[in-house]
Design a protein around this ligand. Structure first.
Ligand code: ATP
Length: 627
């Protein structure tokens, strides 16, 4: 039987390794007296107040409540994304949650679908499979897993479509599909229906219910669902002002409110009614409602006494037999929490070098597919180079034009710096959101991502400066000496890399408005102490230390030495006296006679390392404080 003809159940009966990725772990998630406090002392704010609850495997749970009630905070704490300011306990199958294992076994689908727009669905899924399933799974298994996930999520027909051409609903399903590849036991979704029309929302919720039916615990925050949408949820948890005002089945919500003399008006959407109650529009009824379910310790059941939700955890939850054929995720054996732990002791699905190589390929592909930006960058380098060549036509060997010539070289350094920096922070601030989503879900380590990003950019940082330098060098008649050309090229490439590093730092640390203002301005102090605007010995001694940090200082020094040092023969002079006929005099004028080209290169290299490391830590800080 060919792979396309195989059914879902055939797949689950496949090879051992194939089954490994189709079997799901299932966890019952319970939390006890969970409080979340931000700020200290008088400014302390209680976001969650001793809430309890239980979300069972095999069920689709909705966390509902008015805006600001604490739904996202609760879900982020349960997903293990928030760790500080928390009191209380989160258990998995009755035992205290181990953060590291838990993060590996769960997946988080963010509200916004931050996806790389230029990849096709298939390329995205393949990269995710390589990263999540690692290099020990066979290509065949990965392909089968991808086919199954896409089939289950109704994305088979979009396999060759680029993400930027997908509809909103398809993007949402792709976000879910990417996280299903490694078969998480718990799926958290933040407002999965936001931005979708009613039919796509319904489709999405039905899909989530199917996923839950396969044995997973699926928890979604949902703002104000229609009653039709809510019907598909198995379990409802209503949050009001940081407390639980209802926990139970969807159909028991209205009867529960009735018990508190809160009667939903006829023709009124019960969900809207519950939200109005939670918002305090029906008076001070919250304390009674919260007490009715003991702030989440009990599950309300109509016509029978409320059952305690805690501490007894259902370990024998069973699914209807009829569901078995419905989904791809047939593996419903209850794995123990630590069963999915990588036997190699790796935190991620793939080893470090494999992560780097997959990310490198993916990054190259996305840069290459940004063809408008890439072509424009290429054209910009060529055009500016030719323009400069025309403006400074054949001045390179003229002693009278030596200041114009050095100005042209210095301008080239600044141009290369900015043209590397600007597109980097503009594109990276967007790509950063993709990194956040994927890193949250443990696709790869930040180190692997950062190394791949650095390596992927290197060819572009070599090609663009080279393309720039060739026309202007020859048109402006610089010395026809391969050694001098190479020395100048090395300085210009280093400047491009520093510029790109600065762009990455600002893109990592700030959002676009702040980055686009501060990134260009941040270079001005370094420009002032470059040695071109002001001679080195004229810089006040208390500011001279900045010269050691100034990549423009090293760039100017290195480029002048490349062109005028090394016993360059006298320049041509069309007048009776040319003060700078001997290039060494020009170097003396700029206090460069004691300078070393080698040290200039080392200085630039150090600046490159400093900005790269700063970018890494900015990103690390951002990832740690994202939620
Ligand atoms: N770090 C924080 N510092 C101060 N206040 C915070 C912090 N995090 C959350 N809050 C506040 O806690 C409350 C609950 O926030 P949360 O995002 O959990 O609400 P929500 O129910 O998800 O709202 P929405 O549906 O509008 O997204 C809000 O009033 C929010 O301003």
């Amino acid at each position: 039987m060919d792979s396309a003809g195989m059914t879902i159940n055939d797949r689950s009966r496949g090879t051992t390794s194939s089954r490994k990725y189709q079997e799901g772990s299932s966890f019952d998630l319970t939390f006890h007296d969970l409080s979340y406090i931000v700020g200290k002392g008088e400014n302390a704010k209680h976001i969650l107040r001793q809430m309890s609850g239980t979300f069972k495997s095999g069920k689709l749970t909705a966390i509902m409540g008015p805006s600001g009630a604490g739904k996202t905070s609760l879900m982020n704490i349960l997903a293990g994304l928030k760790k500080s300011g928390i009191e209380g306990r989160v258990d998995i199958n009755g035992a205290e949650r181990n953060f590291k294992t838990f993060r590996k076994q769960s997946a988080y689908v963010t509200q916004q679908d931050h996806l790389l727009r230029n990849l096709t669905v298939d390329e995205y899924m393949t990269a995710a499979a390589h990263l999540k399933l690692g290099n020990t799974a066979s290509e065949k298994d990965k392909k089968l897993t991808i086919e199954l996930v896409l089939k289950t999520l109704g994305l088979t027909n979009t396999q060759q479509t680029r993400v930027k051409r997908l509809s909103g609903g398809e993007c949402k399903r792709l976000s879910i599909a990417l996280e299903l590849i490694d078969n998480p036991a718990i799926l958290f979704l933040d407002e999965p229906t936001s931005g979708l029309d009613s039919s796509s929302s319904l489709q999405c919720v039905m899909l989530l219910r199917d996923i839950a039916r396969s044995g997973r615990t699926v928890v979604a925050t949902i703002h104000q669902p229609s009653s039709r949408l809510l019907e598909h949820f198995d379990h409802l948890y209503v949050v009001a002002d940081g407390s639980c005002m209802y926990q139970g089945s969807v159909k028991s919500l209205v009867p529960y409110l009735n018990t508190m003399n809160l009667n939903c008006p006829s023709h009124h959407n019960p969900t809207d009614f519950a939200i109005d109650v939670a918002s305090g529009e029906y008076g001070n009824v919250l304390p009674g409602l919260i007490a009715g379910v003991e702030n989440g310790k009990r599950i309300y059941q109509e016509n029978s006494p409320s059952t305690p939700a805690l501490p007894s955890i259902s370990h024998d939850f069973r699914l209807d037999e009829g569901d078995e054929n419905d989904t791809m995720l047939d593996g419903r054996s209850k794995k123990k929490e630590n069963k999915g732990k990588n036997k190699d002791g790796l935190t991620y699905g793939a080893p470090f070098h494999y992560q780097v190589s997959i990310l490198l390929g993916r990054t190259w592909r996305t840069i290459w597919r940004e063809n408008i930006l890439t072509t424009m960058r290429f054209a910009l380098h060529v055009c500016i180079s030719i323009l400069l060549g025309l403006v400074y036509w054949q001045i390179g060997d003229d002693a009278n034009e030596i200041f114009n010539n050095s100005g042209m070289i210095f301008f080239s350094l600044i141009f290369i710096l900015y043209v590397a920096m600007m597109p980097t922070f503009l594109t990276f601030t967007l790509e950063r959101e993709v990194l956040v989503r994927e890193h949250l879900n443990q696709w790869y380590s930040l180190k692997a991502y950062y190394l791949a990003k650095t390596l992927a950019d290197i060819p572009f940082q070599i090609v663009f400066p080279t393309v720039y330098l060739i026309p202007v060098y020859f048109m402006s008649n610089q010395p026809l000496c391969i050694e001098r050309f190479s020395m100048l090229l090395a300085i210009i490439i280093a400047m491009s890399m520093v510029g790109q590093g600065i762009g990455l730092f600002f893109g990592a640390a700030f959002d676009i408005p702040v980055a686009s203002y501060f990134a260009p301005i941040s270079c001005i102090p370094f420009l002032l102490v470059s040695g071109f605007m002001l001679k080195f010995n004229a810089i006040p001694s208390y500011l001279s230390w900045i010269t050691y940090l100034s990549f423009l200082h090293y760039g100017f020094e290195g480029s002048m030495l490349a062109i005028y040092d090394r016993e360059r023969p006298p320049l041509s002079c069309s007048q009776s006296y040319c003060h700078f006929r001997y290039p060494v005099k020009f170097l003396e004028q700029f206090d460069l006679t004691q300078s070393s080209y080698f040290l200039a290169i080392v200085g630039m290299l150090m600046c490159f390392i400093v900005v790269r490391v700063a970018g890494y830590f900015a990103l690390l800080f951002k990832l740690r404080h994202i939620r």
